[in-house]
Design a protein. Structure first.
Length: 236
């Protein structure tokens, strides 16, 4: 197979879900590159932890290290400027009249995958991977499978080449994500996720819980902690 047929580009934020997706990709593709995106996010600390995660993956999992390729960073701060949400401004997190948290950044995942597809085009990569999920999530419409698979068709038409979007977490909940992490990399990989990834919307790295760092109250922390509890109960 040619490199383009065995390669993948992972949307790698530095959070739990994208880290699990990265490991999942490294088990399945001969070459895996990563891309981080700065969009004016309130929890920009997630971008700071990315190098640590990548360093540990290369050091502690040799079978993944040989497949892990270049890392890229894209700056699209204008997305945060026009979004005006609790994800990009110092605003209290609450539900909106639309039924989704005000952390929803309109069009974020659509923009992310469009930029990733353009980068992949230059890098000879057809497969894009993201940690979106509609089983156990905050209700964002651009996390839905129909949304992303329709986008993949649009990108394929617009670039006159096949573009595939893979979402390995789409149909599992957060407990399942923890279980998948252990299956992929054992207890060591679970430890990496707890100690080195960042998912909290408020960017809190001062409070350490059994499931990792975070404020413990934002939607992301709530999902993560409840998933950990369900996973732990399922193991007993």
């Amino acid at each position: 197979m040619s490199p383009s047929e065995t390669s993948a580009l992972v949307l790698f934020s530095g959070g739990q879900d994208s880290t699990v997706c990265l490991a999942w990709a490294l088990e399945r593709h001969a070459r895996v590159e990563t891309v981080g995106i700065a969009y004016g996010q309130r929890h920009a600390v997630e971008l700071d932890v990315r190098p640590r995660v990548l360093t540990r993956l290369r050091r502690e999992w040799p079978r993944w290290a040989v497949r892990l390729g270049d890392d890229h960073m894209l700056d699209i701060a204008t997305l945060g400027a026009i979004g005006q949400t609790a994800m990009t401004t110092d605003t209290a997190i609450e539900m909106t009249t639309a039924g989704v948290p005000n952390t929803f950044v309109p069009g974020r995942n659509l923009v992310f995958f469009t930029y990733a597809a353009a980068l992949g085009y230059r890098r000879g990569i057809h497969t894009l991977i993201g940690g979106m999920c509609e089983t156990d999530y905050s209700g964002y419409p651009d996390c839905r499978n129909d949304t992303l698979q329709t986008l993949a068709k649009t990108l394929s038409l617009g670039m006159a080449r096949d573009v595939t979007i893979e979402t390995p977490l789409m149909w599992i909940d957060k407990a399942g994500t923890w279980a998948l992490a252990e299956t992929l990399g054992g207890s060591g990989f679970v430890d990496l996720i707890v100690e080195d990834t960042h998912t909290c919307y408020l960017g809190d790295r001062t409070h350490r819980h059994v499931w990792g760092y975070g404020c413990g109250t934002c939607p992301a922390c709530d999902l993560r902690s409840k998933g950990w509890e369900r996973w732990q109960k399922g193991k007993t």
